[in-house]
Design a protein around this ligand. Structure first.
Ligand code: NDP
Length: 314
């Protein structure tokens, strides 16, 4: 009697599983693809490919060798108190960095060229050229988080000619970027940036970081772009800061609770742009390339790329 094949299990409320099944079965023919919630022989599951699995689901697979997250952030997964103690591998860029750089470039140009004002003028059919546009050389963009995505965003914004500042946990040297790190570097970073872009992971150190005190350290004519995680921002503190003109405006892609509630004042605030968590969307084929090559590495006793450091939380 032949042995049953090992299983690669899948869980995602958003992805089309057929795309994943086709590629996995083609490129890893010794494995069978199954939905994690429907697996009958749980002991056969060796790898789990997941996005936001319910707490406790993964602990039921006793022979799991690694967990692959179908995104860059692992905060939701690490909240599972029963998470098996196996390596966690996340997506590193996987096509998201380019999308997020475009999102940031849109926001930065919108603020610097004052497109919001033109939208308002158009509504009242007012022809009013704004001649005092600030030159890009005087419009520094600060990127918080200089990892797989933040470093690409910083580089692409810098290529447009904007001065770029970067902030990270450890010191970094990146050509053309003025870098800061740690708590000590934050005040100088914030004081200089006209746009602050949050591209941090959600960890115990970064949770609620974008609070009243943080916003008060930004300059009054600065804008916030949050594409990191909603858990970084205290939304009421932002609303208060906008009301009191502590900062000039915000563009938000991520929220404490998603979908953003219809009652949220952020929806209709004239100084806030809301997008529904779309700044960097997982591109299945690029993600699959990365995951398949990482599984091959693990199968040949290699070390996968983009291993998550559980202690740091990213
Ligand atoms: P990385 O893990 O590659 O980089 C994280 C960066 O954040 C590193 O530079 C790290 O510093 C820095 N950092 C972490 N903690 C701190 C801290 N306490 N103080 C200062 N800097 C800190 O992550 P990615 O670039 O791949 O992704 C970043 C985040 O973007 C994800 O975790 C996710 O939350 C978010 N994201 C959002 C998406 C969306 O659609 N809105 C899509 C994709 C990602 P150091 O290098 O020194 O360790």
């Amino acid at each position: 009697m032949s042995e049953a094949p090992s299983v690669i299990g899948f869980y995602s409320p958003t992805e089309d599983e057929e795309i994943w099944k086709t590629r996995i079965e083609r490129d890893l023919p010794t494995f069978q693809f199954e939905l994690l919630e429907q697996v009958e022989e749980k002991r056969l599951v060796e790898y789990a490919l997941v996005w936001s699995p319910p707490n406790g689901l993964l602990k039921t697979f006793e022979n799991l060798k690694a967990i692959f997250v179908l995104g860059a952030g692992v905060d939701a997964l690490l909240r599972d108190p029963d998470l098996p103690k196996v390596p966690i591998v996340r997506l590193e860029d996987a096509g998201m960095a380019q999308q997020m750089a475009h999102y940031v470039i849109y926001g930065v140009l919108r603020f610097q060229r004052r497109f919001e004002d033109y939208e308002n003028f158009q509504m009242i059919k007012q022809w009013e050229p704004l001649v005092n546009i600030e030159p890009i050389e005087q419009f520094p963009v600060g990127v918080m988080g200089l990892g797989a995505i933040g470093s690409v965003v910083a580089e692409q914004v810098s290529k447009l000619g904007f001065p770029v500042l970067g902030w990270s946990a450890s010191p970094k040297e990146i050509d053309g970027i003025c870098t800061f790190y740690g708590d000590d570097g934050l005040a100088s970073f914030l004081a200089r940036a006209r746009v602050v872009v949050d591209l941090l992971p959600l960890t115990t150190a970064t949770e609620k970081l974008l609070n009243r005190d943080f916003l008060s350290r930004m300059s009054a004519d600065a804008f916030l772009i949050n594409i990191g995680r909603g858990g970084h921002l205290i939304e009421d503190d932002l609303l208060e800061a906008l009301e009191k003109k502590v900062i000039a405006g915000a563009m938000l892609d991520v929220f404490e609770r998603e979908p953003l509630s219809a009652e949220s004042l952020l929806w209709s605030h004239p100084k806030v742009i809301v997008t529904p968590h779309v700044s960097g969307i997982t591109m299945p084929q690029v993600a699959l390339d990365q995951i398949i090559s990482n599984i091959k590495l693990l199968e040949s006793d290699g070390i996968p790329m983009a291993l998550v450091d559980r202690k740091k939380g990213y």
